[in-house]
Write a protein that binds this ligand. Structure first.
Ligand code: ARG
Length: 377
C-alpha cells in the first residue's frame, strides 16, 4: 500500500462510516484499480462534498464550525480556461454574498496531478482585499497587501490610489505566466462603517467588504490535494474591528477612533485603546446589521463553538482546536472558549497553508513558478 492508497482508504472508510452512502469494498477496489492505472483517482461529487465539509469541521483555527454541514460545495474540477475561472469566481461571489445573507461556500478547482503539479493557483490570499500604496512616506490602504499590490502593478494592473481599491484576482495555470481580472463592483458587497452615537466617527470614512474568501490554502481529502479551493463563511466582528482596522500594521485606526470619540491619547493612561476598540467593533457590528449583511459577534460565535463541541461529543467526536486562534482578540475572559482547553491535533480532511507563488518570483522569472510545498498548520 502506498501513501495514496492509505489516505484513500482512510477517507472512504470515514465517508462510509459517517454516511453509509457507498458500498465500501466495491468502492475501494475500484479506487485501487484506478490508482494502479492512472496514479490517482477521482472523487465522486458526494465524496467531494462530504470531504470539503469535514475539512471545515477539522479546521482547528475556525470558531464558526457549528455550521460545517451547511457548506455549499461547487465542483469546478473541470475548469481549464481563463473565462471559466473568471465565471466561477464571479458566481462564487454572487451566490455566497446573496445580497447580504451570506452563505458558506467553496468552489473546488482541479486537483494536483500525481506528479504534484497544480493545474491552477490563485496568487491572492483572499479574493477580496484592499490594495496598498506608499505615498510621501505613508501607506494608503491595507499595509498587509503592499507587496502583493506591487506584484499586481508589475503585471500591468492599475489602481485608483484610494484606501479601498479592491485588488484584481491573479492566478496562473500550471507554471505559466500569471493572468488577472478585476472584480466588478456590483459583486463586491461593502458596508460603510458608522457609529450610531458618535457623529465624528463617521468622518473616518471607513468601510469593509462583506465576504472573507480565503483563496491560498490547499484542501486535502483522501490524499488528493486541491491547491485552489476558495472558501468563505461570514465575518466575525473582531476580524474587522480589532484586527483589520485596529492592528498597528493594518489600517491602524485606534488613535483616530479615540480622538473621534473624545479620548485623550497623549497621557500615561492607555485605556483609550481598549475604549476605542470597543466602539470600533460596535460600529462594525451595528453597520453590518443595519445593512442586513450577515456578521457574528464574538460572544455569539463563542456560544456557537461551545454548542459545536457538545454536538460533536454526542456523535463521539472530540473537537480539535487551536486555543490562541479560537479565543477572540477582545473580551476573551468573558467567553466560555477562554476557559476551555483543547487538543490541537491535525485531522484529515483539512485545509493547509501553502507557499505563495508570487513571493518567490521577480519580474525576470514570471513564467517559471515553483510548485507548492504543503506545510502543516
Ligand atoms: N480574518 C480574515 C479577514 O479579516 C478572514 C478569515 C476568515 N474568516 C471568516 N470569518 N471565515 O478578512
Amino acid at each position: 500500500m502506498n501513501l495514496l492508497h492509505k489516505n484513500a482508504t482512510e477517507f472512504l472508510t470515514q465517508f462510509y462510516t459517517e454516511t453509509r452512502r457507498i458500498n465500501l469494498d466495491k468502492r475501494l477496489s475500484d479506487v485501487y484499480e484506478e490508482i494502479e492505472l492512472s496514479g490517482t483517482y477521482k472523487l465522486t461529487l458526494d465524496e467531494l462534498t462530504f470531504g470539503a465539509c469535514v475539512a471545515w469541521r477539522n479546521s482547528n483555527r475556525c470558531i464558526g464550525r457549528l455550521f460545517w454541514k451547511s457548506l455549499k460545495v461547487v465542483d469546478g474540477r473541470s475548469i481549464s480556461t481563463f473565462e471559466e475561472v473568471k465565471m466561477a469566481v464571479f458566481k462564487h461571489l454572487e451566490f455566497a454574498t446573496g445580497n447580504g445573507k451570506i452563505k458558506p461556500y467553496i468552489t473546488i478547482f482541479p486537483p494536483e496531478s500525481p506528479e504534484g503539479m497544480a493545474p491552477l493557483r490563485f496568487w491572492n490570499s483572499q479574493l477580496i482585499r484592499y490594495a496598498a500604496y506608499k505615498k510621501n512616506g505613508q501607506i494608503i490602504g491595507d499595509p498587509a497587501q503592499l507587496d502583493f499590490t506591487d506584484v499586481c502593478i508589475s503585471l500591468g494592473w492599475k489602481g485608483k490610489g484610494t484606501a479601498f481599491d479592491v485588488l484584481p484576482v491573479v492566478f496562473q495555470f500550471e507554471d505559466k505566466k500569471p493572468l488577472f481580472f478585476d472584480l466588478p463592483a456590483h459583486l463586491v458587497k461593502e458596508v460603510v462603517i458608522q457609529h450610531p452615537e458618535y457623529e465624528s466617527f463617521n468622518d473616518l470614512n471607513l468601510k469593509w467588504n462583506a465576504l472573507p474568501v480565503i483563496s491560498d490554502m490547499v484542501l486535502e481529502m483522501g490524499g488528493i490535494h486541491f491547491p485552489s479551493a476558495p472558501f468563505n463563511g461570514w465575518y466575525m466582528v473582531t476580524e474587522i474591528g480589532s484586527r483589520n482596522f485596529g492592528d498597528e500594521d493594518r489600517f491602524n485606526q485606534l488613535p483616530k477612533v479615540a480622538e473621534a470619540i473624545g479620548l485623550n491619547i497623549s497621557g500615561k493612561d492607555m485605556f483609550w485603546k481598549d475604549r476605542a476598540l470597543i466602539e470600533l467593533n460596535y460600529a462594525v457590528k451595528t453597520s453590518f446589521d443595519k445593512e442586513g449583511v450577515s456578521i457574528a459577534d464574538h460572544h455569539e460565535s463563542s456560544d456557537q463553538f461551545m454548542k459545536f463541541i457538545q454536538q460533536e461529543k454526542k456523535l463521539g467526536r472530540e473537537v480539535m482546536a487551536d486555543w490562541s486562534w479560537i479565543v477572540p482578540p477582545n473580551a476573551g475572559s468573558t467567553m466560555k472558549v477562554f476557559h476551555t482547553s483543547f487538543e490541537n491535533k491535525v485531522l484529515s480532511p483539512n485545509f493547509y497553508y501553502n507557499n505563495p507563488v508570487w513571493k518567490k518570483i521577480n519580474s525576470e522569472s514570471l513564467n517559471k513558478c515553483p510548485f507548492h510545498i504543503l506545510s502543516k498548520k
